[in-house]
Design a binder for this molecule. Structure first.
Ligand code: ATP
Ligand code: MG
Length: 326
């Protein structure tokens, strides 16, 4: 039984002031997430990611279609207890401290006495809010609030977590922390469903991803199986190589750019394994500085596959905008 399944899930919002008309934010989304899977829900701004997560949390209700969590309908109370949710913009009572807030939430989840405080303390440690636990939330930075939001979302040891942009507002270190936290959740058997508009957040973390654009599913599967995201080459930076060595590489390198003090940036074609070249160069006394795959970004994918009129499909308005004034 899937941890999460949606069936033709569709949401129209009513937009316009004088004359309301429906606007399709999510269009027939069907997907299934297996228990224990880390699933990335990717898409650019306005794709319908938050709308989907809000539908799952019953913060908004579908125009048509339905969803199930652990094989039960969404309204089921026994299901709600097993889910954790991080909203897109976590907002908490400003004058509470992080510790007070988490202790309060632990109380709501039914934990009592010492367990309530111990659980709050443990979770704050887990998300890296140790020293600041007695500080009022109004003094917290965006990234710190994000961490408190994550702590709140996993307080009840959920079996499924739904995170809306868990990496947003975090610096590289914070992103790394969230990544390892998601992996720890997975190791405990928790299913993770998170949204992001950054491809690299999903790389090396997600079992599968779904790519949403204009409310529609544009692609779904393993990122490594998705042709557009395969490496189109490698960007290699090495130090301590001689100009003659680089010149002798010939067609094994598409382009060589001499950077400062003996550093070279080499553009390698996708068909030759970079390990061998790196091995040869380092055996000749060079040092590896960095090696990165060159691949299409999510943004380029959207430009190529989604914004062309044919790929975009029907207009976004469900009805033609009658009587709209210029
Ligand atoms: N309450 C609402 N009323 C009307 N339109 C809405 C409402 N909420 C969202 N929309 C519209 O639905 C579309 C999808 O919005 P949604 O917030 O789901 O996108 P998203 O993928 O989460 O984007 P982002 O990456 O910016 O968070 C957008 O065009 C948005 O303007
Ligand atoms: Mg959003």
């Amino acid at each position: 039984m899937p941890a999460l399944a949606t069936f033709e899930l569709t949401k129209d919002y009513a937009i316009g002031f004088w004359r309301k008309r429906p606007y399709r934010a999510l269009d027939g989304l069907t997907l299934e997430i297996a228990p224990g899977e880390v699933f990335g829900f990717l898409g650019p701004n306005g794709a319908g990611k938050t709308t989907t997560l809000k539908l799952l949390m019953q913060l908004v209700f579908p125009t048509s279609g339905r969803a199930e969590i652990f094989g039960r309908p969404l309204g089921d109370l026994s299901v709600k207890r097993r889910i954790g949710y991080l909203p897109e913009h976590p907002y908490f009572y400003d004058y509470l401290t992080a510790e007070e807030l988490l202790t309060y939430f632990a109380g709501l989840f039914g934990y009592a006495g010492a367990e309530r405080r111990a659980r709050a303390a443990r979770l704050l440690d887990e998300v890296g809010i140790g020293a600041e636990r007695r500080m009022q939330l109004r003094k917290f930075s965006k990234g710190m609030l994000q961490r408190v939001g994550i702590a709140q979302a996993i307080l009840n040891e959920p079996e499924l977590v739904i995170f809306d942009e868990p990496m947003s507002g975090l610096d590289p270190l914070g992103r790394r922390d969230v990544r390892s936290l998601i992996l720890r959740l997975r190791d405990r058997g928790c299913t993770v469903f998170f949204s992001s508009h950054v491809l690299s957040d999903a790389e090396a973390l997600c079992d599968r991803v779904a790519i949403l654009a204009r409310g529609r599913l544009a692609a779904m599967g393993r990122l490594t199986d998705m042709l557009p995201f395969r490496a189109r080459g490698w960007d290699l930076v090495v130090a301590g190589v001689r100009d003659e060595t680089v010149a002798a590489l010939g067609t094994r390198v598409r382009r060589a750019v001499r950077l400062s003090d003996g550093h070279y940036m080499l553009d390698l074609p996708p068909d030759s394994p970079p390990e061998r070249l790196v091995g040869e160069l380092t055996a000749g006394g060079a040092h590896l500085v960095s090696l990165n795959p060159i691949r299409q970004t999510l943004e380029e994918f959207f430009v190529e596959h989604v914004t062309t009129p044919a790929a975009a499909g029907a207009p976004r308005d469900v009805e033609p905008p009658h009587g709209r004034r210029p």
